[in-house]
Write a protein that binds this ligand. Structure first.
Ligand code: NAD
Length: 290
């Protein structure tokens, strides 16, 4: 397939390289001038889009996605697929899909889970919104860049799945961290707490797969001085998107709101910026009852 790839950052570069390695003809563009192994560099977004069967975007936010879509949609050939893998707000995802469809294109929103490691290893999970015909064309590409793609329904539903998942993740990470800090103060050994919770009804991905306590459970950023991993500011971004969606859909999400407020304080007023999102544990260790 002839593929255009726009946004060759931490995630986009390894994803594009994996497609090139699988013998697709990949041309890339990034405003920062970055490129990726096996990818032909192009001078503009429009040039990347011309003649491409699929244009993939991996960009920082919805506003940038909208402006890139305005550039590339007129340059794409009829029936081609605009495949956005960025994490953006549901409204931007739906607006871009509508614009693409109005121009005779197919569109998918397909945010990912799995982080930079998953992008490099080709083991991402894709949560996909859009028409069946578009999903069928993109599915072989998901197989190369990832290990699983779930078709979640029409446009915007991929982003909806992503923000619901990450709202649960943010909240469970916070409560796992506060439970460890409470256990410390109750003189409960951390390893004992892990042994019980990881096999009891309090278990979760945050506890079992990404334990925030150093030296306990599987290897995680806690064992590497809380270097990300998944940075606290990215969690804050995703919680912001979840709260934006909750407001626009009139949904009551009190715990999500609290998680957003805590990550905001952690990133903007404390020492959370540049640290993994599980560094909430040392934060709680330093605090008393409020
Ligand atoms: P990044 O900042 O490393 O990459 C974004 C790239 O987009 C940059 O290289 C930037 O120069 C480029 N860019 C910005 N504006 C552009 C434009 N107008 N035209 C072309 N290129 C432009 O970010 P990332 O970590 O690769 O994340 C990309 C997306 O993936 C984000 O939406 C993020 O939320 C999501 N995501 C990231 C992770 C992660 O662990 N990093 C995990 C899951 C999802």
């Amino acid at each position: 397939m002839k593929i255009g790839f726009i946004g060759l950052g931490n995630m986009g570069a390894p994803m594009a390289a994996n497609l090139a390695k699988a013998h697709h003809d990949v041309t890339g563009f990034d405003t920062a001038g970055t490129t990726a192994d096996g990818v032909t560099q192009s001078a503009t977004a429009e040039a990347v889009a011309e003649g491409a069967d699929v244009v993939i975007t991996m960009l920082p936010n919805g506003a940038i996605l909208r402006s890139v879509a305005d550039q590339v949609i007129p340059a794409m050939k009829p029936g081609a697929v605009l495949l956005d893998c960025s994490t953006v707000d549901v409204d931007s995802a739906r607006a871009v899909a509508d614009a693409a469809q109005a121009a005779g294109l197919l569109a998918l929103d397909a945010p990912v889970s799995g982080g930079i490691g998953g992008a490099q290893a080709g083991t991402l999970t894709f949560m996909v919104g859009g028409a069946d015909a578009a999903f069928a064309i993109a599915n072989p590409l998901f197989d190369i860049m990832g290990q699983k793609a779930v078709h979640c329904g029409p446009s915007g539903n991929g982003q909806a799945a992503k923000i619901c998942n990450n709202m649960i993740l943010g909240a469970t990470m916070i409560v796992t961290c506060e439970a460890f800090a409470l256990a410390d103060k109750l003189s409960l050994d951390r390893q004992k707490m892990f042994d019980v919770v990881s096999t009891s009804s309090g278990y979760s991905w945050s506890m079992n797969a990404y334990c925030p306590a150093p030296g306990i459970g599987p290897q995680s950023p806690a064992d590497n001085d809380y270097k990300p991993g998944f940075a606290a500011e990215l969690m804050l971004k995703d919680l912001g998107l979840a709260m934006e969606a909750a407001k626009s859909a009139d949904a009551d999400t009190p715990i999500g709101q609290m998680a957003q407020a805590l990550y905001q304080q952690f990133v903007e007023e404390e020492d959370g910026r540049g640290r993994d999102f599980s560094a909430m544990l040392p934060r709680f260790e330093k605090r008393g009852h409020t």
